[in-house]
Write a protein that binds this ligand. Sequence first.
Ligand code: UDX
Ligand code: UDX
Length: 437
Amino acid sequence: MKISIIGAGYVGLVSGACFAELGWKVTCFDNDETRIDQMRQGVSPIFEPGLDDLLARHGASGHLSFQCGADAALASADLIFIAVGTPMSDDGKADLFQVIDAITQIVPHLSGYTVIVLKSTVPIGTNDKVEAMIRSLRPDADFDVCSNPEFLREGSAVQDFMQPDRILIGSNSQRATEMLRQLYRPLEMRDVPIMTVSRISAELAKYAANTFLAMKISFINEISDLSEKAGANVSEVAMAIGKDHRIGEKFLHPGPGYGGSCFPKDVSALIFQAREFNSPVTLVEQVQKINIARKLAMVARIVDAVGGELEGKTIGILGVTFKPNTDDMRDAASLTILPSLIEKGAKVMAYDPIGMRNARHMLPRVNWMSGPQDVFNDADCVAVLTEWGEFNALDLIEARGLMRGDALVDLRNVFTHERAREAGLRYYPIGTQPSHG
Ligand code: UDX
Ligand code: UDX
């Protein structure tokens, strides 16, 4: 079986490289010529651990190739995956223009039986609409449309693809289901469960999974605030409840609010769809409100730590990406927090190990530093926004010596009260009361 993937972004490229790793012949199509040139040279346009190695090996073996724009080469594929973006539009619903574009591009090239697989996260009913669209444009075409949502976390996407908790197939065609099962057979042989459900269930399951995880995060963020007020330690609370298998330990880390390319847009899109179905998801609406307020509350935390006034203050920032091990800046908390600090009169000096290339043009008034210790220079306060591993290795005593002030606001609990105390820092963590040097 040959595979084509339209859209070689965070999801499409990882999926393509991993299908090649499973032994299939894959061609990735993308409209972006620069991306295609880079990938042809074995260079990944995105930062994702393990991806460079797959590109190099499978580019060289000929299992993975790249092509700009959709052309007749598509026609030779048995399965065509759509992995283009589905961003949030201004009114909060998912914008399907990239999906429609991709379908329009492939329709003229369809020949022989083809399975079109929607990997992009799409609103309920999109598989039906895509099928109807292709049917009307090419009544002669022999095809099925299936849903196969991704559950790939950026930063561990390769591992998530190769060792998933489950593979979800939404299909109403036995023939298409068999082809997808064959595609994932190497993973099934490693005991990965493959679940086949209706297309609508698969579409909704994807949104339900992401909103449930977002709900866990908003929940623990509120418990974290309560812990601070009550004198509890949120890590102890999270551990205690997480050991209950019905709750689970994952996604109970408090922080500055969830970000990234998926949770904010998927929460918003589910809220929008549920209202359209006249079946509002009020719990999820609250999750969204909590998360928006959370980012602004983090600004207030930094203002408090420097005595209530930011005018003339210098704030160092460690980490700007929405999570570690990615260069993705989409919906990162830094995009709300940093401009707000600057607006209130602060000078902001920031460092991120990988994200600065993307961040520079999104955060133009920030001073970018070349190393993590540089953000401490003359700073009144340093705030940790992303838990990159290298921050934990910082010598806080040395770093404190470079500062003008003495406040460390740790929005990811990278450091500890003990380490901050040793360095003579006032420490403002998440979910325990601050300590004052
Ligand atoms: C994916 C999804 O598909 C989205 O629905 C999911 O919720 C999150 O992950 P992502 O991989 O993050 O999106 O998107 P992005 O990194 O923006 O990549 C999309 C790629 O598709 C880009 O490289 C773009 O150039 C390409 N594209 C877009 C095409 O090749 N053709 C098009 O018609 C539109
Ligand atoms: C998410 C889904 O997890 C994945 O299955 C797929 O659907 C794509 O979207 P991703 O956005 O890459 O993955 O990262 P994820 O690890 O889920 O983190 C999302 C956000 O939540 C980040 O900002 C992260 O910092 C935050 N988060 C996560 C917390 O604040 N606390 C946690 O305990 C976990």
